[in-house]
Design a protein around this ligand. Structure first.
Ligand SMILES: [Zn+2]
Length: 267
């Protein structure tokens, strides 16, 4: 905590910068609580362009392209609370434990991030205090309030993945990502596999771990909530039509999941 640390006095976000937390449908009645760690690609003005050419700041190393539109529409369709984070993961990755490799990446997929090289401890702390902490504090507050009010809460963390990584094409259209929850992921995988046009990743293209993830371990697993990550391939949600189709499809699938969980008295 160390609220007297010099990091507190570092000016990172100014009045012209957007707040890190974006929320939609806070009064939503769905048991699903949606999060989006890589929703935006904003950069605090004081950091300029992090020393990168414009092309790098719009591709997947900076954020999860396409997921914002899917998250917004899914939140509306499900009447679910969405909590999302507007700053680029190149500033600080809100799904990495602070201090872990990649939290403030010096290199991302062979691209050096000059603005992150040799970063002073205070500057790193300021990014954590002003971007990472408010986002996770808000998720924690909302979950605490829901639990206190006995509102069923199932955490769904929304992401998108690049179709080609390190020169290898990825076959999956969508993946379910999980670690300790044994209830939601199997149900989600079963329903996704019933969509016969989809190639479904089971902990692909990534698996969740305590070392590489933050939102699911800290907000889902540590509180014993049912949870899963979802990764959608970015080329499928590059345009508004694709984002709409995927939001519609996921709304239908999560509607079925909710009905099943209610029948089992799990929500
Ligand atoms: Zn992501």
């Amino acid at each position: 905590m160390a609220s007297d640390s010099p990091g507190d006095t570092s000016l990172l976000l100014a009045s012209a910068d957007v707040p890190p937390v974006h929320e939609d449908n806070a009064a939503g009645r769905s048991p699903f609580l949606l999060t989006s760690d890589h929703y935006g690609r904003a950069i605090p003005r004081i950091l300029g362009d992090l020393g990168l050419p414009p092309g790098e700041l719009t591709r997947h190393i900076a954020w999860d392209p396409g997921i914002a539109g899917v998250a917004d529409a899914l939140s509306k369709h499900l009447d679910a609370h969405l909590i999302a984070q507007r700053y680029s993961r190149l500033v600080i990755d809100c799904n990495r434990p602070p201090g872990a490799p990649g939290s403030i990446p010096v290199i991302s997929e062979a691209i050096v991030i000059p603005g992150n090289e040799g970063l002073a401890r205070d500057a790193a702390q300021a990014r954590r205090r002003q971007i990472f902490d408010p986002y996770h504090r808000r998720i924690a507050e909302v979950i605490r309030r829901r639990l206190r009010d006995s509102v069923p809460t199932v955490l769904v963390s929304l992401h998108s993945f690049t179709p080609v990584y390190a020169g290898i094409a990825r076959p999956w259209h969508i993946g379910a990502l999980y670690h300790r929850d044994t209830k939601l992921p199997p149900l989600l995988l079963k329903l996704l596999r019933e969509e016969t046009d989809l190639v479904v990743g089971d902990n692909e293209p990534y698996a969740v771990s305590d070392e590489t993830d933050y939102t699911i371990p800290v907000h889902g697993e540590a509180r014993g909530l049912m949870n899963s990550g979802i990764e959608i391939r970015q080329d499928l949600i590059a345009g508004p039509a694709g984002r709409r189709q995927w939001a519609d499809r996921l709304a239908r699938i999560f509607g079925e999941i909710e009905a099943t969980l209610r029948a089992q008295r799990l929500v």
